[in-house]
Design a protein around this ligand. Structure first.
Ligand code: PLP
Length: 285
């Protein structure tokens, strides 16, 4: 079955799907994106993802390309046409197509909208989570507006490749003050030896992850103590547990950071429980 993408008003075979070479997303990374998990053919936490998308667009002064109800229909249709049961749906909106010039197009052009979806292997993800993953740390080198989910991901690409080159799954950025910010495509968490769950505040240095926000509710329901504060790699090495969160991975236990085993070197109990509980709290629609 060939995969189907939505591109600016049309559903097309993925191999024929294309944007104009003067699309500002292509030339300037002048655009934003969202990724929603799909469970049972339905989107997980769609309203929160759309609220974040609207915020990203506002921050970049990109107009809303279509009414939200239509956008939802398009995303559901891409999921349906690709017969996705478990996977992710990807939405990208750029400022549109215009002759190359750094300033915003004048007159105004319509933003470009692209939606794709793909199946993920549930059993494989579960097996990865059951084993846990390794992370490395690397110097933060992104622009300060990482709160906006832009398609400008070159530092993230390089950090992920650095992790792969070192046999790890993910890289955690460490800022100039020596604190972990987040992963190349996930939020970073540790659990202290006295059972406190620690993650950086969403106020600076990170993308306010939707999975992170839901997990904060899960933690409260499990009567676990949350501390939103900075932590260093040294504190992480000494932690009882570590894990990462994102829409595509939900909770992925981390068992090794910079070559140092975390806790007993196996996925932690809290991370494993959070992974199991997550979808009871997520809005699936
Ligand atoms: N931080 C970064 C840099 C990301 O790219 C992502 C997700 O792609 C996240 C955090 C987690 O966000 P969410 O839970 O909304 O997927």
């Amino acid at each position: 079955m060939s995969r189907i993408a939505y591109v600016n008003g049309q559903y097309v075979n993925l191999r024929d799907a294309a944007v104009n070479v003067e699309d500002r997303g292509y030339q300037f990374a002048d655009g934003i994106y969202e990724v929603c998990e799909i469970i049972g053919g339905k989107m997980v936490d769609f309203p929160r993802h759309i609220a974040r998308m609207q915020r990203s667009l506002r921050e970049l002064r990109i107009a809303e390309a279509m009414p939200l109800t239509s956008l939802r229909v398009v995303m559901q249709e891409v999921i349906r046409r690709n017969r996705i049961n478990y996977g992710i749906v990807y939405l990208q909106i750029s400022r549109g197509v215009a002759h190359r010039d750094h300033g915003f197009p004048s007159p105004y052009v319509k933003p470009s909208v692209v939606v794709t979806a793909k199946s993920l292997n549930f059993a494989k993800n579960q097996a990865t989570a059951a084993k846990g993953v390794k992370v490395i740390t690397t110097a933060e080198n992104r622009w300060p507006r990482v709160d906006i989910k832009t398609v400008g991901l070159l530092p993230n690409v390089l950090a992920r490749q650095e992790a792969r080159d070192k046999g790890a799954y993910e890289a955690w950025y460490v800022d100039a003050d020596g604190f972990v910010t987040e992963g190349a495509s996930c939020n970073a968490w540790i659990v202290t030896k006295d059972g406190k769950v620690v993650t950086r505040t969403a106020a600076s240095g990170i993308l306010a992850g939707i999975t992170r926000a839901v997990l904060i509710e899960v933690l409260a329901s499990m009567q676990l103590k949350l501390e939103e504060r900075n932590f260093t790699p040294a504190e992480a090495y000494d932690a009882a547990e570590a894990f990462v969160s994102s829409a595509s991975q939900i909770v992925m236990p981390v068992i090794n950071i910079d070559g140092k085993p975390i806790g007993d070197g196996k996925p932690g109990g809290i991370a494993t429980r959070l992974r199991q509980e997550f979808h009871k709290f997520a809005a699936i629609s």
